[in-house]
Design a protein around this ligand. Structure first.
Ligand SMILES: [Zn+2]
Length: 454
């Protein structure tokens, strides 16, 4: 997914002191202005979720940065029918039809998975009734401009159930501040299993073959990447869920992604088991790709969310997956993926340059062209005694130290590590605004038959 950003979710520590002792300690909250927008989620054990926004000041509209198709309009139902959804640029707003100001609005939402373009769905149900809630979908603003990453204090009530917010587990009730691109919150009574450096909550209803893959694929990828970069500073959380209930539109979906210190995957829809019954190399590839993002985030310690240059982190993560697979001797699958990526990149470039991919609904070109470029860089650097891992350490490390996150910085870093001027010219052409030049560069950079040149 594109929304790979590294922002530590803030925690509001639950008070652990006795009431009498607390009374003498002034609350930090009392000294701060109230948050412009806060949200509350009531998550019953079955049935619809109630979502309520509270505003510090009365306002005429609640703004959402991204519209995500008609999702909210069709699935988030205001309790008060006076409220309506209105499209607003790339986003949308919730307002009263009579134009009057409001300081609170409540909605009911059925907590089903919904496949959204370039956004994580807000709910991933587990087969036992547990629920993974993606907080980023709830970010909202009282005023414009609204970027979607404004901090949102979020209260979750789930009587009788456990709630896991980033870094904290509680029961019945939890509160945290969702920041940046948001975090996953687990609601349910499945216990996390610590294994191979992960805290994993895996749906007990997953097919056995899938459970077996999970037990090896992700830890294997993490070990390979740890060989190159060292261990992650924090054990990541892994969430895997499956919901076999039929979707109204018959959709069968697989969603996976990474958020700060979290990897997650959801399988959804009637017939999902048939989809999972075939070869499973792609699942290991998915986990290696997502593990790659965790390392990118660890190294960069900052936002990696610019869609216009997503070839850097999406293509880079696919290239890391390729290196993991190569290290495991799985060359045939790497060749298959590389051929697919080369063809997809070429077909995309025949329609538009990469600079227009995200805006024209061809975001996948960033994966395909980016992977070809990153693997070409790896070959180029290996000829100089270096490799993609050294490049990633330099690139992401410099971003952490304050360098700007740009294509030019990528090219400059490649030169610093010994890539030739000719190579960097081809790289510039591949990701540049001239499709013809990009196709010519692709022909130079993409291996034609074999990727096992190393
Ligand atoms: Zn990705």
């Amino acid at each position: 997914m594109a929304a790979v950003r590294f922002v530590r979710a803030g925690l509001i520590a639950a008070s652990s002191c006795a009431l009498a002792a607390c009374a003498t300690v002034p609350s930090t909250d009392d000294r701060l202005p109230p948050d412009p927008v806060a949200a509350e989620l009531a998550v019953p054990d079955g049935g619809d979720v109630e979502l309520r926004y509270r505003l510090a000041e009365p306002t005429s509209a609640l703004h959402f940065a991204d519209r995500t198709g008609d999702y909210r309009e069709t699935a988030w139902h205001p309790l008060d029918p006076t409220f309506r959804w209105v499209a607003e640029g790339d986003g949308e707003r919730l307002e009263r039809a009579d134009g009057r100001a409001f300081d609170s609005v409540a909605l009911t939402v059925t907590p089903r998975y919904r496949s959204l373009v370039k956004a994580y769905g807000p709910f991933s149900p587990f087969s036992d009734g547990s629920l993974l809630v993606y907080s980023g979908q709830f970010h909202a603003c009282a005023d414009l401009p609204c970027d979607g990453d404004e901090p949102l204090p979020l209260t979750i009530d789930a009587p009788g159930r456990g709630i896991a917010t980033p870094g904290e587990r509680s029961h019945d009730h939890a509160r945290f501040v969702s920041e940046g691109s948001g975090s996953n919150v687990f609601v349910g009574n499945l216990a996390p299993v610590a294994a191979d450096g992960f805290n994993a909550i895996v749906d007990p209803g997953l097919p056995e073959a899938m459970r077996a893959r999970l037990a090896t694929g992700l830890p294997d990828a993490m070990r390979r990447l740890a060989d190159a970069y060292g261990p992650l500073s924090t054990a990541p959380e892994l969430y895997v869920s499956i919901d076999r209930r039929a979707q109204p539109d018959g959709n069968v979906s697989i969603q996976g992604g990474t958020l700060p210190n979290q990897i997650f995957m959801h399988f959804d829809g009637e017939g999902i088991d048939q989809k999972l019954a075939g070869p499973t190399d792609w699942i290991d590839w998915f986990f290696a790709h997502e593990a790659g993002h965790l390392y990118q985030q660890e190294l960069a310690g900052s936002l990696l969310g610019d869609d216009r240059i997503a070839w850097i982190h999406e293509g880079g993560a696919d290239a890391l997956a390729a290196l993991v697979f190569t290290a495991e001797g799985r060359d045939a699958y790497v060749r298959q993926r590389t051929t697919e990526a080369r063809d997809a990149c070429r077909q995309g470039l025949e329609q538009r340059p990469l600079t227009q991919a995200a805006a024209s609904g061809a975001f996948d070109m960033h994966y395909a062209c980016g992977m070809i470029l990153a693997l070409a860089l790896d070959r180029e650097l290996r000829a100089q005694g270096s490799d993609l891992h050294a490049f990633d350490r330099r690139l992401f490390g410099s971003v952490k130290a304050g360098a700007s996150w740009t294509a030019d910085h990528w090219f400059a870093t490649a030169r610093e590590l010994g890539a030739s001027g000719a190579f960097v010219a081809q790289a510039r052409a591949l990701v540049g605004a001239d499709s013809t030049a990009a196709l010519a560069a692709l022909a130079q950079l993409a291996p034609q038959n074999s990727t096992s040149e190393r």
